[in-house]
Design a protein around this ligand. Structure first.
Ligand SMILES: Cc1cc2nc3c(=O)[nH]c(=O)nc-3n(C[C@H](O)[C@H](O)[C@H](O)COP(=O)(O)OP(=O)(O)OC[C@H]3O[C@@H](n4cnc5c(N)ncnc54)[C@H](O)[C@@H]3O)c2cc1C
Length: 368
């Protein structure tokens, strides 16, 4: 499919995935849904042999998000967990895992956050102690998408004490290894998420991604790629909410006239329309920056895209509910669903406050 069709094509695919997404045991990995996403060719497109296209990633996420947030999230988290492996130079690990990740048979996860280290990820405490020809991992990872069901995770652990972000290493960890236990955490959205406890889990040295003590770079490079696409997820939700609100405002009458005639209504929608257009621009500008290979301004642009798009989506869904009145709050309505879904992207992959910190830092460094 041509790039310019990709948003619309993903939207059509998303529509077809709705029946598989609905009616499942929520908050756990939906393997049938991931399999259908793979069969539709979306994972193959993401994990392309020639590398990764951030623009494709954003377009797919935007299209899916308009109609099926469950499919969007299943696709995105598989990407987040798989990309560090896909982009690594560890050919053995790639050969072992990428075919299964690309086909959706193996579910992937990205495990950075710990109970004591969220925003301050460089302060993570999970230990990786050298043991013969490998490492023993001990500690806890929490709020990890696709945990505890995922089959393989990119896990970040400390190989050097008191070295901050310089002492962290990225490991590819099959979750069937001895010493790993896990449980699901119920969030307000349908997001499949949980925690893993690692009790002296032996991981061979050839499961390291990149260089020992340089895993934080792996994490940050992954986030630079994914942050604009979190924005694209938010953008798709914002567009869906706005469309519902515009259609409703044009047909709903009060005081003898369509409510779209009231500036109190139409100006709110106009403001959302402008914010969506700005979000789209920031997202695809950041994605093009990634695809061009320019790493100088990428971090700042990725942060701007995520910040603006996720804040816009929150506003768009809130305004849409206001415009629909009570109808927008019916429990099984699309807007109520979006209201639950739209909150988390302002927190994960760096909160809005952390994005502002990054933007300010990059600006003062002269990179923005
Ligand atoms: C649905 C969902 C899915 C997730 N999936 C994953 C996943 O797959 N993998 C993974 O590793 N993690 C995942 N996370 C975890 C997520 O990345 C963290 O929740 C996030 O980084 C924030 O960390 P925290 O929740 O510990 O908040 P904290 O770091 O405790 O922050 C609390 C508050 O303090 C603010 N704050 C902290 N430091 C600063 C500062 N320097 N300046 C200004 N404000 C600050 C924050 O912005 C926030 O408002 C997920 C979270 C959610 C909700």
């Amino acid at each position: 499919m041509a790039v310019h069709d990709l948003v619309g094509e993903s939207e059509r695919l998303g529509q077809a995935l709705v029946p598989i997404a609905e009616g499942r045991a929520h908050r756990r990995v939906n393997r049938e849904l991931l399999g259908a996403i793979a069969s539709a060719g979306l994972l193959e497109r993401l994990f392309a042999d020639h590398g990764v296209s951030a623009t494709d990633l954003c377009r797919i996420r935007q299209g899916l998000a308009r109609v099926c947030t469950e499919a969007e999230t299943a696709f995105a988290v598989q990407g987040l967990g798989g990309i560090p492996i896909h982009l690594s130079e560890n050919e053995n690990i790639k050969a072992r895992w990428m075919p299964a990740i690309r086909s959706g048979e193996a579910v992937a996860a990205f495990a950075l956050t710990e109970p004591g280290a969220g925003s301050d990820a460089a302060n993570l405490m999970m230990s990786a102690e050298a043991d013969g020809d490998g490492y023993r991992l001990s500690g806890e990872k929490t709020y990890i998408s696709n945990a505890p069901d995922a089959d393989v995770a990119t896990v970040f652990a400390r190989t050097t004490e008191n070295a901050g972000h310089r002492g962290i290493t990225a490991f590819v960890v099959p979750t069937s290894l001895d010493g790993i236990t896990g449980e699901s955490i119920e969030m307000i959205s349908l997001h499949a998420l949980g925690r893993w406890m690692f009790d002296g889990v032996y991981v061979p040295a050839d499961h390291v991604l990149g260089e020992v003590d340089h895993g934080f770079t792996v994490a940050m490079q992954t986030l630079d790629l994914f942050r604009p696409s979190v924005g694209a997820f938010a953008l798709g939700m914002a567009e869906a909410a706005l469309q519902i609100a515009v259609e409703h405002a044009a047909s709903r009458e009060a005081f003898g006239t369509p409510i779209s005639e009231f500036q109190g209504v139409s100006h709110q929608l106009a403001d959302v329309r402008v914010a969506i257009a700005a979000a789209e621009h920031l997202i695809y500008s950041a994605a093009e920056t990634y695809d061009s290979g320019d790493r100088q301004s990428l971090t700042g642009k990725s942060a701007m895209a995520k910040l603006h798009a996720t804040e816009t989506a929150q506003k768009a869904v809130d305004v849409a509910i206001q415009v629909l009145g009570a109808r927008g709050l019916e429990a099984d309505s699309t807007l109520a669903h979006l209201y639950r879904e739209v909150r988390a992207p302002r927190i994960y992959e760096g909160t809005s406050e952390i994005q502002r910190n990054i933007i300010a830092r990059e600006m003062f460094r002269g990179r923005l």
